[in-house]
Every structure is written in structure tokens, then in C-alpha cells.
Design a protein around this ligand. Structure first.
Ligand SMILES: O=C(O)CCC(=O)C(=O)O
Length: 272
């Protein structure tokens, strides 16, 4: 089966059942090469002290002890900017989620360097975000081969149906809120969930729901492990600062609490 046919077969039903799908070959070698070069040039820049305002940003996250982040504007990376807005990305996200609205709010590269890249504790993303509703889809694209040794993502199949859980410290798994809010277990198999860790080649992607539990082990290999994650809100959302801690993008929200998130920093890229 061709890559295009295999991508075409990924279905809304699979996504709804499992909370994620693996999209093999989502980004072709040529486009990926251009994006990779831009991302490497962004990582070559020093850590950032100021978050740009009023424009989409790209967060370059060095996930190791003492690793700082560099933030650049998306428009400085034209191949990545084109990818984020491409029919391939938006069409797949819309088909899988059934969304009528795709609004970019975060583009982030998780770089786990060889030998020292740290783990991510089990968490879901929705718990961090100051949105109401917190409906989102993430497309996590492998820039390097990802396997257990290099710290590939693990996902708990069907866990998106559990709903709200506490946000946790991403490295330790310690709860960031009161002790009464449910935590994602440190071993989801103990709660009856099947844990999948798809092996990914560069250009393969995992498309997952904001409520899906996921984690990743440290990078014990001699290879770097980078993943490019692009997140879209799948419904118009109001700013609800009490619901989440956000990320760098949260410093770009200028909306009043209770108002719809609407800003050139968070463009609606697709609607029907
Ligand atoms: O890159 C990783 O291993 C984890 C990424 C993650 O937690 C996310 O994209 O939400």
C-alpha cells in the first residue's frame, strides 16, 4: 500500500477508540529535510529570555538537566510555517478529530540529547492548558528514529476517555495541584491500559488527543531524539487561567479570562 493510501485509511473511529493513531510517512523526506535544517538553526541560537508577542512561536526545548529553551518566531522558519498550515497536516487532524475548527496554539520541539535526554513522566496535555474547553489535537513528528533506547513516546490506549487528571511535574511526575485531583498512574498497565510505544522513522507521526496519557523514557542511546509537536485547538476556546499552567504560549495570551482566545499569535488555520 502506498504511504498516501495508508494515511487515507487512518480513521476517525481508530482515533476515537485509541486516543491516537500512528501516521507513517506523514512528512516526506524533502519537506522534513528543510524543516530539520531550520530547527537546527533555531537550536543553535542562545536560550530565550523574552517571549515574542502577537505572532506564532516555536519553542526549542532541550530536555536534559539544566537545559534551557530557545524561542523563535514561526515566520523565521518558512518550511515549518508551511508544514503547520499544510493541507496534509490540517486535513488529517480534521478528519481524525471531526473538528470544525483548527487553531494553532503551540509548536514545540522536544530534543533529548544522546545519553542525557531526560524522561517525561506520564501525563495528559489537557491538564496544563488554560482553555475552556480543553479540546486539542497534537501531531508529534519524529525528526530522528525513535525507539525504546532513544526515548520514544509511549501512549496508553483508550486513556483519553478517563478525562481530567492533575498536571504533574514533567520530569518527576509529582502533582502540581492539590492532592485530591486524580493522577495518571506511573504504570497505566496496572489500571488495565495497554501501553504502546510505536517505533518511528523520521517523518512518521503520532496524532493524539489532548486527554491521552503519554510518557517517554530517557534517551540512553548515542543518538539524539527530537520530536516536533504541533498542537491545534479543535474548538473555539475561552481563556480559563484557573484551569492550567500553559507553556510559553500562555505568556502570549492577551485575552481577558472568560473571553474567546483570539489573536494573531493563535491563528485559526482551518474552519468549516
Ligand atoms: O517528546 C516527548 O517525549 C514527550 C512529548 C509530550 O509530552 C507532548 O508532546 O505532549
Amino acid at each position: 500500500m502506498s504511504t498516501a493510501d495508508a494515511l487515507e485509511q487512518l480513521s476517525h473511529d481508530d482515533y476515537q477508540r485509541d486516543g491516537f493513531v500512528v501516521a507513517r510517512g506523514l512528512v516526506g523526506a524533502t519537506a522534513l529535510g528543510l524543516v530539520d535544517r531550520e530547527i537546527e538553526s533555531a537550536f543553535a541560537q542562545p536560550p530565550t529570555t523574552v517571549t515574542p508577542q502577537g505572532v506564532p512561536i516555536v519553542v526549542c526545548w532541550r530536555h536534559h538537566v539544566g537545559g534551557a529553551r530557545t524561542i523563535v518566531t514561526l515566520k523565521k522558519l518558512p518550511a515549518l510555517s508551511a508544514l503547520v498550515r499544510s493541507a496534509a497536516m490540517l486535513g488529517l487532524a480534521a478528519r481524525l478529530t471531526g473538528a470544525k475548527h483548527l487553531q494553532l496554539f503551540e509548536t514545540i520541539v522536544f530534543n533529548k540529547p544522546p545519553g542525557e535526554g531526560e524522561p517525561f513522566a506520564w501525563h495528559n496535555d489537557a491538564s496544563y492548558y488554560p482553555f475552556d474547553p480543553t479540546q486539542l489535537v497534537s501531531t508529534w513528528i519524529a525528526l530522528d528514529p525513535c525507539d525504546a533506547a532513544s526515548g520514544a513516546m509511549e501512549l496508553a490506549r483508550g486513556s483519553h476517555r478517563v478525562g481530567a487528571v492533575a498536571p504533574v511535574h514533567v520530569k518527576t511526575g509529582a502533582s502540581l495541584v492539590d492532592a485530591t485531583t486524580a493522577l495518571v498512574p506511573s504504570d497505566p498497565t496496572g489500571r488495565g491500559f495497554e501501553v504502546m510505544a510505536p517505533l518511528l522513522a523520521p517523518g512518521d507521526a503520532i496524532v493524539f488527543d489532548g486527554f491521552t496519557w503519554h510518557a517517554s523514557p530517557p534517551n540512553r542511546s548515542a543518538r539524539q531524539r527530537r520530536g516536533l509537536c504541533i498542537r491545534y485547538l479543535t474548538h473555539p476556546a475561552r481563556f480559563a487561567p484557573e484551569l492550567g499552567f500553559g507553556g510559553a504560549f500562555a505568556r502570549q495570551i492577551t485575552t481577558e479570562p472568560g473571553e474567546l482566545i483570539s489573536s494573531p499569535a493563535f491563528p485559526v488555520l482551518w474552519a468549516r
